[in-house]
Design a protein around this ligand. Structure first.
Ligand SMILES: [Zn+2]
Length: 412
């Protein structure tokens, strides 16, 4: 796990809350560890650390786990580690053709995971929101008895994070929808609910727990109906002045290209999104697959994979063309951000054996920097659930920022 902005211990008694957070992050990043080691690392004195660890244990956020096994003289130290089994962070993803929920405990252990196929672009908005609420209720029901510390929802579009609303989601055809308020009111529980761009949450998940965790310049690309980008620069998510950055799917690749969900033509996602993928690789059945809203994107992409494995020449040629257009757009991102790694999420991961080599070759030819500036192109290890997982990670952040919000396990 990669540290977020590191908190510094402070010495006023009023900032015990801050020190509690310092110790909890230490356990998260380096545990199991001894109280003495925490004192050394944080600069807090041993008595303070013991007291803080005691409070974390009482809140169910830490636990003792036996003694240090070291060849050292003197009494062996008791080790303490992150607990948080009583805590739940819920990540939700509302996408064009599916809704997903993923709940974890504080240590990231999965507690609940489910997704449902929806036609979020075609169905009335109220019905889509009802499905989202129903899935959130299911998740909360499955973790009943634990403390829910936060809910974060990923949505494919421009999100006003402060207002918890979707400003514009072209592929959902949504303008100014208060998703956060609607969910919060419907659930009727006193839990912070936040809304964010799906690619931003995917990037957060990759940065924290993906295969390339900790790469400080990382670009995450969603592979869904739309194509979004989550861009981490020097260890921080790039949001831009209004939070609308990362709309890489609407980079214009040609003046008279295919129409895009945003109303323009020739956008990158109109060339490398799910629709052009199916049309290129499965021309005989793409329209039927696209019209079938009973299955999510994974099932549709599985048909492409079947044809590719069987060596269908049309499918293979289509995948090659798809990989080419993917590489053309990625080269622009490499020119702009010089990332260490570009992680390809969603369906790109399933199709990686056929798409990535072509995309990589194109990227290396088209990017101005020699060797694409050292950029590695890699499929996600988190797949379609990356954004929901990022939502859970984001929701859990509240506890790492302020553990005192979590109630004591037993009233004393
Ligand atoms: Zn567009």
């Amino acid at each position: 796990v990669v540290p977020a902005a590191r908190l510094k211990p402070a010495d006023q008694p009023s900032v015990r809350r801050n020190n509690l957070a310092v110790v909890l992050r230490e356990l998260h990043e380096h545990g199991p560890t001894s109280r003495a080691a925490i004192a050394t690392v944080t600069g807090l004195n041993k008595a303070t650390v013991s007291s803080l660890v005691g409070e974390l244990i009482d809140r169910g956020l830490a636990r003792d786990v036996g003694t240090e096994n070291q060849r050292r003289l003197g009494r062996p130290a008791t080790l303490v580690e992150l607990d948080g089994r009583s805590v739940v962070a819920l990540g939700l993803e509302l996408n064009v053709d599916f809704i997903a929920a993923l709940a974890t405990d504080l240590a990231g252990r999965p507690l609940f995971q489910r997704s449902r196929a929806v036609d979020a672009a075609g169905a009335p908005r109220q019905r889509v929101l009802k499905t989202l609420i129903s899935l959130a209720r299911q998740a909360l029901g499955a973790v009943d008895g634990r403390t829910v510390v936060g809910i974060s929802i990923g949505v494919p579009g421009l999100v006003d994070v402060d207002a918890r609303s979707v400003t514009f989601a072209p592929n959902l055809r949504w303008h100014d929808v208060d998703v956060g308020d609607v969910l919060s009111t419907a659930l009727g529980i006193d839990v912070p609910v936040s809304v964010d761009n799906d690619a931003n949450l995917g990037a957060l998940a990759e940065y924290r727990v993906g295969q390339y965790l900790g790469r400080r310049n990382l670009v995450y690309i969603t592979g869904q109906t739309g194509i979004g980008g989550g861009i981490i620069v020097e260890g921080r998510l790039l949001r831009g002045s209004m939070g609308f950055s990362g709309e890489v799917g609407h980079m214009r690749m040609s003046e008279d290209g295919p129409p895009c969900g945003c109303g323009r033509r020739g956008c990158w996602e109109a060339l490398v999104g799910l629709k052009p993928l199916l049309r290129r690789t499965l021309p005989h059945c793409a329209e039927a697959l696209l019209a079938d809203h009973s299955t999510g994107p994974e099932a549709k992409v599985a048909v492409v994979v079947e044809h590719a494995i069987a060596g269908d020449p049309v499918t293979l040629a289509g995948l090659s063309e798809h990989g080419h257009w993917l590489g053309v757009g990625l080269a622009t991102l490499v020119n702009l951000f010089n990332p260490d790694v570009i992680v390809l999420g969603g369906f790109f991961r399933e199709l990686a054996p056929w798409i990535v080599p072509v995309a990589d070759e194109t990227l290396r030819l088209e990017a101005i920097a020699p060797g694409a500036g050292g950029c590695v192109l890699a499929p996600s290890t988190l797949g379609f659930s990356a954004s929901a997982l990022g939502g859970a990670i984001h929701a859990a952040e509240r506890v790492f920022d302020d553990p005192s919000g979590v109630p004591y396990l037993v009233a004393s």
